[in-house]
Design a protein around this ligand. Structure first.
Ligand code: TYM
Length: 333
């Protein structure tokens, strides 16, 4: 059976980009009988940017409740916290030692942080932790410890998955075939979901639409999406329109085509925003109710994560035993 795996970093509340880029395709994949799914909260990754323990726990709960509210069934998939699988850390080290430093130098997130410092006239290394530098190796270990074949993600994660493939091949080449080579799975309707200002929706740009805000607030946020100042009646281009791309991420191809026609026919921006709000809310509303119920009684969430930890630990341990044997470390006693 195909193994599908993906994770979300608990760094704040989940937003529509996380939903369409990862949660929705992952929940859909979990309904296919030919897949075995591993979905997790990347809390080790969260430590790279978050040094507030209370926020980390809060965000972990929010993201876990979001997965469940979006229809993930903890009985049918392996749903767990990354830090409940400490074997990931040991595998990270084994992979670190077959990974070229030059490969990590090229990682987008690390490069962007260095460039930002340099542009501000500071030491490029200023606030860059070794954790940020090592990020892609930890992520490769997440994937390889369960020999996942498919990784549903947004476009911003493709480079990381390619790096995981590189690390898997280096290891296999040196020590014999142990790892499957993972592939990214990208939803073509989504690519990269834009945020309120048209740039990629991202917590670091402060332009997100949180997945589970109250209905009125969702409406208000959508009304705040940036558009040009073309008046009602003037034909509008769908090209590069955040409003259009957001709609497309939620609609059927037929609905999207009709929306594109409305743009050509000069729909008023206010009406376009109303249509987007209604389309998004139609999909989200039932999940929002489940989310609010889970957050009111988080014991269900905790129980689901414990069940997940019990499922995955023996698998992780088994892979680690084989990896240790491959590199020549003494068997665990
Ligand atoms: P994270 O937490 O930044 O994002 C979680 C998922 O949401 C997707 N995403 C988007 N998709 C479309 N449009 C957007 N604007 C958008 N913003 C975020 C991301 O592509 C991602 O799929 N490193 C990962 C977590 C991780 C992981 C893994 C993922 C750790 N280990 C192993 C897959 C496999 C991250 O920080 O994603």
């Amino acid at each position: 059976r195909l193994r599908v795996l993906t994770g979300i970093t608990p760094s704040g509340s989940p937003h529509l980009g996380n939903y369409v880029g990862a949660i929705r395709p992952a929940v859909r994949a979990s309904r296919s009988p030919d897949t075995e799914c591993f979905y997790f909260l990347a809390d080790y990754h969260a430590l790279i940017k978050n040094h507030d323990p209370v926020r980390l726990q809060r965000s972990t709960l929010e993201i876990a409740a979001s997965w469940m509210a979006c229809g993930l069934s903890p009985e049918h998939v392996a749903f767990y916290r990354q830090s409940d699988v400490p074997q990931v850390q040991e595998l990270t080290w084994l992979l670190t030692c077959v990974t070229g430093k030059g490969l990590l130098n090229r990682a987008h997130a690390y490069k962007a942080a260095m460039d930002k410092n340099a542009a501000a006239g500071a030491d490029p290394d200023a606030d860059v932790t070794a954790g940020l530098f090592m990020y892609p190796v930890l992520m490769a270990a997440d994937i390889l410890i369960f020999n996942a074949n498919r990784v549903p993600v947004g476009r911003d994660q493709i480079q990381h998955i390619e790096m995981a493939r590189d690390m898997a091949s280096s290891f296999n080449h040196l020590y014999g075939e142990l790892f499957a080579l993972p592939e990214a799975v990208i939803d073509d309707n989504v690519a990269t979901l834009p945020g309120l200002d048209g740039r990629k929706m991202s917590k670091s740009y402060d332009n997100t639409i949180p997945l589970f805000v109250p209905r009125a607030q969702l409406h208000k946020l959508i009304n705040g999406i940036k558009t040009d100042s073309l008046p009602p009646g003037a034909p509008k281009s769908t090209e590069g329109s955040a409003l259009f791309e957001l709609y497309q991420a939620f609609a059927t191809p037929e609905e999207t085509a009709a929306f594109g026609q409305a743009f050509a026919d000069g729909i008023a921006w206010g009406d376009a925003k109303q249509a987007l709000f209604e389309r998004v809310d139609r999909e989200i509303a039932p999940m929002r109710e489940r989310y609010d119920a889970l957050m009111a009684d988080p014991s269900q969430v905790e129980a689901a994560l414990l069940l997940g930890a019990q499922k995955v630990q023996p698998m992780a341990q088994d892979l680690l035993i084989r990896a240790r044997a491959a590199v020549g470390l003494k068997p665990l006693t």
